[in-house]
Write a protein that binds this ligand. Sequence first.
Ligand code: OGA
Ligand code: NI
Length: 309
Amino acid sequence: MIENVPVIDIAELESPISLDAIDRACREWGFFQVTGHGIEPALLRDVFDVSRDFFAQPADEKRRVQRDVDNPWGYYDRELTKNRQDWKEIYDFGPADGGTLKPRWPSGHLRLRFEPIMRAYYASCRALALRLLSAMASNLGVSASRLVQGFDDAHTSFLRLNYYPQCRPSSGDERPFGVGEHTDAGALTLLLQDDQAGLEVCREGRWHLVEPTPGALVINIGDMIQVWSNDRYRAALHRVVTNLTRDRYSVPFFLSPSYETTYAPLPTTITPECPARYRPIQWREFRTLRAAGDYADIGEEVQITHYRT
Ligand code: OGA
Ligand code: NI
C-alpha cells in the first residue's frame, strides 16, 4: 500500500474533524499538507517570482548580502547539515532585533518588489503558524496562550528562500543532498514547495516523497513540539534529494520563540506511566548550539535527544 503524507483542509481549523486529522498526522507522520489556509495564491506566486529573481543575480551581487556570524540574515551557499555541505543556496529573512540582527536587502529594482513581498509573506506565515500551534495546543489539552506566549514580538522566526540547482555529479562522485536528513529545531515549519519533487520524510525507517500539491503548504512539527508533547508527536527526519535535470525552489518559514523561552513536556502529557522524557530546555542555548553546526564542523551537532532525562 502506498501511503502519502495527509492533506488536510483547514478552512475550519477549529472543527473536531480538522483537529482530529491534525492530531493523527502529528502522531503518525510529524508532517501534513494544508489546503484552505487562506494565504492568497497571488502572494505564493509572487514569493516564487522574487526568489527566482534573487538567485538569478550574479554571484557577486548575492555575496554582497551574505550572512555572517553577527547577523545571520542574508545569503549563504555553504551551509552544512550534520557536517556535510548541502547542494543549495539560501537567503534568510528575519526581523531586526534592535541589535546586530537586520535584514539584508538586494539592491536596485529587485528590492522594490522583493522587500514588500517578503514582509507580507512573513506576516501571513506567522499568523497561520500561530493558528496551527493553537490547534495543536488544543489537541495537547492546554490553552492556546500556554504555547503561543513565547511567540510575541521578540520571537525568532525566519523565512528562508531555498534554491536547489540541478545537480549532475561527475561519475563516481557520491550524489549530494539538497539538504541532508535532519529535524527542524523550532516549533513548527510551514513550507511552500514548487512543482519539483525532492522533499522526503522518514516514517518507520522508510523514506516517503512529499508530493508537490498546487496551492498547499507543507507543515512539519519541530523538536520543540516533540518536547512539549513528551514524544506523543515526533519531529520527523526529512531531507531533500537533488534533481538531475531541473532546479527546485522552496520557501520554509520556521516558527521559533523568543530566546528567553524555556520549554519542557506539558503537564497534560505527563502520567505516572509516562514521566517527563526531557529536562527543561532554553531556546537560546539549543538554537545557538544548533546554528553553530550550520557554519562549520564543530564535532557532533547537538540533537534534541541530548536533553532526554
Ligand atoms: C529545511 C528543509 C525542505 C525543502 O530547509 O529545513 O527541510 O523542501 N527544506 O526545501
Ligand atoms: Ni527542514
